[in-house]
Design a protein around this ligand. Structure first.
Ligand SMILES: Cc1cc2nc3c(=O)[nH]c(=O)nc-3n(C[C@H](O)[C@H](O)[C@H](O)COP(=O)(O)O)c2cc1C
Length: 565
């Protein structure tokens, strides 16, 4: 009820309002009340469960951000939530857990984030009994990838197989995960408030009026496309500058590009597909002609074994495991008729986006974004082939249009301006460090910078040589060490240069430097990490275990960051 003075104000307002204004007020109040009922604080009373674990497996920070928010919400609701990254999680604790919630993303082609690999392997390879466990899994992913939320699915299924009981069903989230994730955790809190008794697993409420899925697509124009390798090099590494309005990114981010298939290959497919060329095919909620589908939507380059196996089952033929494109598959093992072709379309997977580290800084290169693209070259049955996207990009002419999105990576950021940074980035691993250095140069950051770069030959493969030398001359780069592996008989790599400067390297770490590695995961990042451990052991006078602990604590402090692929 309203008191007399408020009632008078309301009646006065009603009296002087038109019909339309009254309708608007009605809607406004309804919306206001609905907002207040949102899932912010769903627990009116003290929960019956008061201890849970929230573990996250992340590559670019999204799962960590959500898990941290969940832990804060749980605490606000009187639940003691232990928040832990899966790479810090003690695997033996799993069998002691009662309430365990995992927030985990999928990376690569359906693989766990590097930090969650040990946990993922542990639950798949050990026959632990999780009799006490009640759990829930929130899976982050991206429907643009063929193996959508695969890791979350696997973890959810495996915990169940080991005896755990689902307190809540698996929730799979696309890139616009915020609302679904909040709704899922609100449901978790509700369950816990009722004592967290696992019955039939609760399915989180469907989120209505969800924002349309998808990322912000930017349209850019190529300003420059330069091969950074000189004549005589075995490699081709292109520096692309793209003009684009109102782009938002930070050094450390990447851009994602979905390549198109070549016209020539699509023509080969159309010649053998025995289907109606005008027919519209439904694919992931949209309709396309067969030409559109094979040009822009489905992967036809090299099919994963799982797709070849499904194809073999449809055409009922024995097909050996081999690297094969769809055009050849269709030619060698043809479909019988249009109906069989329809079945085949359903098993094809979307073209996965390709990510390229951004090599520019918004502070230094206003209205532009730069990338460094190695033209991927490999042999298939003794024939030279090129990677679909890197091949297109390396040939894209100046002034052509390019569409892309920004892939944010909060796990690979510059520290505060006064902190020192050590950057290890051979080959295209140099890209984010060009962004870091350009940024620190433009903003006048006063921390020291030390760069390790490597490639095959000094004369032909020193990417961004003149910029690196200029940054050294002006003092932005306090130290630069380069390793050209094939300029002498014995191969020399970045890790050899790091070792040569081990005393200084360790002193930088001891005085608080942040350490970054970007480039090939294997063998580069593995060899570099082994060298780091040796240096810490030797210079810090530590045992193997102490050196590992030292590196782990750098990770925990956010001072050892990797972007490896
Ligand atoms: C290189 C790369 C590969 C990815 N592969 C997949 C995939 O196979 N399946 C999927 O659902 N999502 C995939 N994603 C999308 C991520 O799971 C998604 O961006 C997620 O929000 C990342 O969460 P995180 O920051 O916690 O790692 C991939 C992302 C990247 C950068």
């Amino acid at each position: 009820m309203l008191g007399e003075p408020k009632l008078q104000v309301l009646l006065e307002l009603i009296k002087h309002s038109t019909h339309d204004e009254l309708v608007w007020m009605n809607g406004y109040l309804t919306g206001l009340l609905a907002r207040d009922q949102k899932v912010e604080d769903p627990l009116p009373s003290k929960p019956l469960v008061n201890k849970i674990t929230i573990a996250y497996g992340t590559e670019t920070g999204n799962s960590k951000r959500l898990a941290t928010e969940f832990a804060a919400k749980a605490k606000k609701n009187g639940i003691n939530a232990k928040l832990v990254s899966l790479d810090q999680y003690r695997l033996n604790d799993l069998s002691k857990e009662e309430y365990f919630f995992a927030v985990i993303s999928t990376q690569g082609d359906g693989e766990p984030p590097a930090a969650a690999k040990k946990f993922y392997d542990h639950i798949h390879q050990n026959a632990a009994t999780l009799g006490k466990l009640k759990y829930g899994v929130l899976a982050l992913g991206d429907t643009a990838y063929p193996q959508f939320c695969k890791v979350g699915e696997d973890v959810d299924a495996q915990l169940n197989k080991l005896g755990g009981e689902r307190l809540i069903s698996l929730q799979k989230c696309d890139t616009d995960y915020a609302t679904e994730a909040d709704t899922w955790f609100a449901e978790v809190l509700k369950q816990l408030s009722h004592g967290g008794v696992a019955g039939p697993a609760i399915t989180p409420a469907r989120v209505e009026n969800k924002k349309p899925s998808g990322k912000k697509i930017y349209k850019g124009r190529i300003l420059a496309n330069i091969n950074l390798n000189d004549r005589g090099s075995d490699k081709q590494t292109h520096h692309l500058e793209i003009a684009v309005d109102d782009i938002e990114y930070q050094p450390g981010d990447s851009i994602g590009i979905v390549p198109q298939n070549s016209e020539k290959t699509v023509r080969k497919i159309l010649a053998n597909c025995c289907c109606d060329k005008e027919k519209k095919y439904a694919y992931r909620d949209e309709h396309y002609t067969v030409a559109e589908l094979f040009t822009k939507k489905v992967n036809i380059s090299f099919l994963p074994d799982r797709v070849v196996k499904k194809y073999a089952a449809i055409v009922q033929q024995d097909i050996p495991e081999t690297k094969i494109g769809f055009a050849d598959l269709l030619k060698i093992y043809p479909v019988r008729d249009a109906a069989q072709f329809d079945e085949v379309v359903k098993i094809l997977e979307p073209i996965a986006p390709r990510l390229y580290s951004i090599a520019s800084s918004p502070e230094a290169h206003t209205g532009e974004v730069h990338i460094t693209v190695a033209r991927d070259k490999f042999l298939v049955n003794d024939e030279i082939k090129f990677g679909l996207c890197s091949d297109c990009l390396s040939q894209w002419p100046v002034n052509s249009e390019i569409e892309f999105y920004v892939h944010h990576n909060d796990q690979f950021r510059l520290p505060a301006d006064d902190k020192d940074v050590i950057m290890i980035g051979p080959g295209t691993g140099i890209a984010p460090f060009r962004a870091f250095l350009a940024h620190r140069d433009a903003t006048g950051a006063n921390g020291r910078n030390w760069l390790f770069f490597g490639d095959q030959h000094f004369v032909t493969d020193f990417l961004y040589q003149s910029e690196i030398q200029a940054w050294h001359d002006t003092g932005l780069l306090s130290k630069v060490n380069v390793a050209f592996s094939r300029d002498q008989e014995q191969k020399v790599y970045v890790q050899h240069k790091i070792k040569k400067h081990s005393k200084d390297f360790y002193n930088w770490l001891e005085s608080g430097a942040h350490l970054y590695i970007c480039g090939a995961k294997d063998p580069m990042s593995v060899d570099v990490e082994n060298t780091l451990l040796e240096i810490i052991q030797a210079e810090g006078n530590k045992s193997t275990e102490q050196a590992e602990e030292y590196l782990n604590s750098l990770k925990e402090e956010g001072r050892y960051l990797r972007d490896v692929y």
